[in-house]
Design a protein around this ligand. Structure first.
Ligand code: UDX
Length: 439
């Protein structure tokens, strides 16, 4: 049955199920656009915190919009799914899809949430899957809902952590995958104030677009990391090579910064999931396999650079890490390349200290087993170190006082895995500097 407009008149009412990065950003931004939004989460302490105007994550602009929404009365948080969903025009599913043991995305939370909202949905409601789900999942949500008077629409997110609010409010495009035209039109109208291009397609294509984008970007970073490694081998300067590439409009400058490998909550999980999806459908995605292998090798490349800076071996060497998060402007340690590098160094007997501007807790389980001492600033981390390694591109590392840094260290090794520090200035301060594809 195709119905529309049966959910009552008045301001558009939205329920957002799951208030992680994607859900919370979606909730505050939709409230900012004038909609009436309830964010639902199972975590009572988190709901209390958000209701008090405190964002649970470090994300630029999120706190301001959270407080604006609460102040205007358009935004609220709750643990009561049924009450939030009742009468909502749109229900956004933003629950996690963790990586299962076999590499495929685990749909348990999406299916649980679907079953939970099903009895409370108003006729004509649109259920929007924002969680990154395997191709074909829209059908599973339809089955879990068991309602033929509501629509299920795929609407993937393309938010970068650290820039999530900006990306939400100024998207390059909005992708909508719907079986029913009325549902696609309704969701298009919700996004219309953003003035972005809207790609309307079927659910399977929409789900594929999300994986294709992340796989492409991950491959792009793996490619540029390989180019930087090649520059080291042939004596070329990666910074100049990349500048020369990036002005080509067909290539572009984004995701073209070499580093210690890609990580975070999306690229590792989504590339594995896409490999699995391809395999399940009888296709071997060799280019993607190679990107993943190149990324794993990149962690070892940085370990090798630290070993060389220490004179060949890292056992007993004191290494100071600048940065622990998977990238700057976030406090997210999930699948961080910095931690992948440090765990390899720890396994080879290095003694580790680290500083990260996001202030991670030394007891964070992701740091377990590293024997890592978490310090309060760069110079404390570098005290008596033989080698300093820059692992995350926090802007403050570019402004580090190199003379002071050299003064507190026992050695002079500086491995700049994010190409942040000026090689000439580092050498003038007495460092043996090595960057990614430049020295
Ligand atoms: C990514 C996608 O960009 C976003 O569209 C998607 O919806 C979620 O996944 P995010 O995980 O926040 O966003 O990180 P991104 O900025 O893409 O970086 C991913 C990883 O690649 C990080 O570890 C980052 O340090 C690394 N990276 C990125 C580089 O090493 N070089 C680059 O030039 C860009």
């Amino acid at each position: 049955m195709s119905v529309s407009g049966e959910v009552g008149a008045g301001p558009t009412r939205v329920a957002v199920i799951g208030t992680g990065y994607v859900g919370l950003t979606t909730a505050v931004c939709l409230a900012h656009l004038g909609n009436s939004v309830v964010g639902v989460d199972v975590d009572e302490a988190k709901v209390a915190r958000m209701s008090a105007g405190e964002p649970p994550i470090l994300e630029e602009g999120l706190g301001e919009l959270l407080r604006e929404g609460l102040g205007s009365g358009r935004l609220a948080f709750s643990c009561d799914t049924a009450a939030a969903v009742r009468g909502a025009n749109f229900v956004f599913l933003c629950v996690p899809t963790p990586q299962g043991a076999d590499g495929a995305a685990d749909l348990r939370f999406v299916e649980q949430a679907s079953a939970q909202i099903a009895p409370h949905l108003a006729p004509g409601a649109v259920v929007v899957t924002k969680s990154t789900v395997p191709v074909g999942s829209a059908g599973k949500v339809v089955a879990a809902l068991g309602r033929d008077d509501v629509a299920v629409v795929s609407n993937p997110e393309f938010l970068r952590e650290g820039k999530a609010v900006e990306d939400w409010l100024h998207p390059d495009r909005v992708v909508i995958g719907a079986e029913q035209e009325w549902a696609a039109n309704a969701l298009s109208a919700l996004y219309e104030p953003l003035g972005a291009p809207i790609v309307v397609t079927d659910p399977a294509s929409s789900e594929t677009i999300k994986y294709a984008c992340n796989a492409f970007l991950a491959a792009k970073v793996s490619f540029v990391n390989s180019i930087a490694n090649l520059c080291s081998a042939v004596g070329a300067n990666a910074t100049d090579v990349i500048a020369g590439m990036s002005y080509d409009r067909r290539i572009g400058a984004d995701h073209l910064a070499p580093g210690p490998g890609w990580g975070g909550s999306c690229f590792p999980k989504d590339t594995q999931a896409l490999l699995r999806i391809a395999e399940d459908h009888g296709y071997r995605f060799e280019l993607l396999e190679a990107s993943i292998r190149a990324n794993d090798a990149q962690f070892d490349t940085v370990v090798g650079m630290v070993a060389s800076a220490a004179g060949g071996e890292v056992s007993g060497v004191r290494v100071a890490a600048l940065g622990l998060t998977f990238k700057a402007a976030t406090d997210d340690l999930r699948d961080s390349p910095a931690i992948s590098v440090l765990s390899r160094l720890a396994a080879r007997g290095a003694r580790l200290r680290a500083y990260d501007p996001s202030g991670p807790s030394a007891s964070d389980p992701r740091l377990d087993g590293l024997g890592l001492e978490v310090c309060d600033d760069v110079y404390e981390a570098a005290r008596d170190a033989h080698v300093v390694v820059v692992l995350t591109e926090w802007p403050e590392f570019a402004a580090v006082d190199l003379a002071r840094l050299a003064g507190v260290m026992a050695g002079r090794g500086l491995v700049d895995a994010r190409n942040m520090i000026d090689p000439g200035a580092a050498k003038s301060a007495g460092f043996a500097y090595v960057g990614m594809g430049r020295s």
